[in-house]
Design a protein around this ligand. Sequence first.
Ligand code: AMP
Length: 213
Amino acid sequence: MKIMFLGAPGAGKGTQAEIVAEKYSIPAISTGAIIREAIKNETEMGKAAKAYTESGALVPDEVVIGIIKERLEEKDCKGGFILDGFPRTVAQAEALDSMGIEMDVVVSIEVPDEKIVERMSGRRVCEKCGASYHTVYKPSKDQKTCDKDGAPLILRRDDSPEVVKSRLGVYHEQTEPLKDYYASKGKLKIVIGQEEVADTTKLTLEAISGAKA
Ligand code: AMP
């Protein structure tokens, strides 16, 4: 199964991607997580991406296309995968097409902008493994450290309200056109993001299994 999640930053696609990945035993691939890891490790790619990411802009297409090409060639992707945060531009979607990759379903998780700004201020990520939590909607057991590895939880710099607003602008302008792109291929399913993660998961799984049938 090849599943793609679309949605504004903070709409909850990363959380749903992790849940669905576990259920289907396929990897969830987040270009954002790969980029953050590269920034942390100060690799050449990380150094080049840092300024874009921290200001809420998109990293250039050729860089992310290179990242995803390499990642999808790994063995664990043979039985399917989930794309979370890629593609984010029509050029990236076209690159995926030209790699010969056809998605089974594209799930767009929709949440109003005001709600997103409110949600993002409570988002926390594990400094070590990148797992995401929320102080209200998905708290870790002690609110301070990661349930998986005990490392500290931090507020990402690009989750600050000013950066979130500019990321939403980038989403509407550059990524939202992908909904039409995949709707015209008959792949698009819309899921309205709910207050409770489990309710969104239910709708997401229905959308995916409906597409499979
Ligand atoms: P995310 O964790 O998916 O919200 O991604 C965090 C940041 O990484 C984004 O704001 C971009 O700067 C960068 N990024 C992640 N995925 C992409 C992509 N497909 N294209 C361009 N930039 C990306």
